[in-house]
Ligand binder design. Structure first.
Ligand code: ACO
Length: 334
């Protein structure tokens, strides 16, 4: 690898409507106390008919471009991490058209709640080899489309959002991606699915074809919880070890926002004070591929994350998939 990767801008966009736990309990048999105690979630955003994924992702992209001081024409690559595309053939090209990034190639990457981290690492490889110079990595999801709003075990957890990070090639010695790890375990896929429905339609006399369609999210919450509190600390420990980093050198833990209890368990494992664990679950819930850049954008814009800060990040979720990255925030250049 000849180049490093600098994280130079970020932006986000959320739907207008916020649904508090109290409001949700008018729709499904739940209550604020149960949801807050078990998850830390207080409210989530839900997209309306005029807020398709493309619109939210394009707003986040434009905010990140403005923060980086770039024009859309500067982009070589747009990578959109999502599990809830507007178009199964790919939503990134729609975002490309919406923001006028005419020179770039744009495509989707699907890895559920690990999607943003996997996309950031993937984009980083194009920059590291010198094949590309400037990329926008977007995490965007609208799981409100795919939850069963009558299933209280899942619908309380998720929300909608889009967020983006601008990354550019830089000298190797000043890289902002100091190390990474990525894993999948498809043998545990059944723990958390948004799966194709097994519908069939007669096509010819002796041929039955499949019919497209997806069932709402199915989750074994306790298995997912156990997976997260075992695998996230393990992969972060491996990453810290490989990069020669001590936990007390970290400025922030920037974890996928699934559940406050998971964030606390990971922090305790590394003896990171809870004040250095970024969390905005209370306002947005689990926005899947969007959580990490949404949290980063909030913490950069309110001044908590400063240029030069070291962050240990981990994404984890359906697949099952999980990963870790050691990041240094650069901020806008000049
Ligand atoms: N409101 C009120 N009661 C509820 C609700 C609700 N929203 N949901 C479940 N309950 C009830 C159940 O019916 C059950 O009642 P019962 O004992 O009378 O049958 C009781 O609460 C306990 O249910 P459990 O499912 O055992 O609850 P648990 O303590 O495991 O908590 C939770 C559930 C919060 C989902 C937890 O398992 C968890 O956090 N898992 C991680 C899952 C996760 O974060 N998924 C996100 C997607 S994946 C990712 O991003 C990593």
């Amino acid at each position: 690898m000849t180049h490093g990767i600098a994280l130079v801008g970020c932006g986000s966009a959320v739907p207008a409507a916020s649904v508090s736990n109290a409001l949700l309990s008018e729709r499904v048999d739940t209550n604020d106390e149960w949801i807050r105690t078990r998850t830390g979630i207080g409210a989530r955003r839900v997209s309306g008919p005029d807020e398709p994924l493309t619109v939210l992702a394009a707003r986040a992209a434009e905010a990140a471009l403005a923060h980086a001081g770039w024009s859309a024409e500067d982009l070589d690559l747009i990578l959109l991490a999502t599990s809830s595309p507007d178009d199964l053939f790919g939503t990134a090209p729609r975002v490309q058209a919406a923001i006028g990034a005419n020179r770039s190639v744009a495509f989707d990457l699907t890895a559920a709640c690990s999607g943003f981290l996997f996309a950031l690492i993937t984009a980083g490889q194009y920059l590291a080899t010198g094949a590309m110079t400037r990329a926008l990595v977007i995490g965007a999801d609208q799981l409100s489309r795919w939850v069963d709003w009558d299933d209280r075990r899942t619908c309380v957890l998720f929300g909608d959002a889009a967020a983006a990070v601008a990354v550019e090639a830089c000298p190797a010695e000043s890289t902002g991606l100091l190390g990474f790890r990525m894993r999948s375990d498809g043998s545990r896929n059944g723990c958390l699915t948004l799966a194709q429905t097994a519908e069939h339609a007669p096509l010819l006399a002796d041929l039955t074809a499949q019919r497209g369609g997806f069932a709402p999210i199915q989750m074994n919450g306790q298995e997912v919880y156990k997976f997260a509190v075992r695998e996230v600390p393990a992969i972060l420990a491996e990453l810290l070890d490989a990069t020669g980093t001590r936990a007390d050198q970290l400025d922030w833990l920037l974890l996928h926002q699934a559940n406050q209890r998971i964030l606390d368990a990971v922090a305790d494992r590394f003896q990171v004070p809870h004040g250095r664990v970024l969390s905005n679950l209370a306002h947005y819930g689990n926005t899947s591929a969007a959580t990490i850049p949404l949290m980063l954008d909030e913490a950069v814009k309110d001044g908590r994350v400063q240029p030069g800060h070291l962050l240990a990040s981990s994404g984890f979720g359906a697949g099952l998939s999980w990963g870790g990255a050691l990041l240094r925030w650069s901020g806008p250049q000049g």
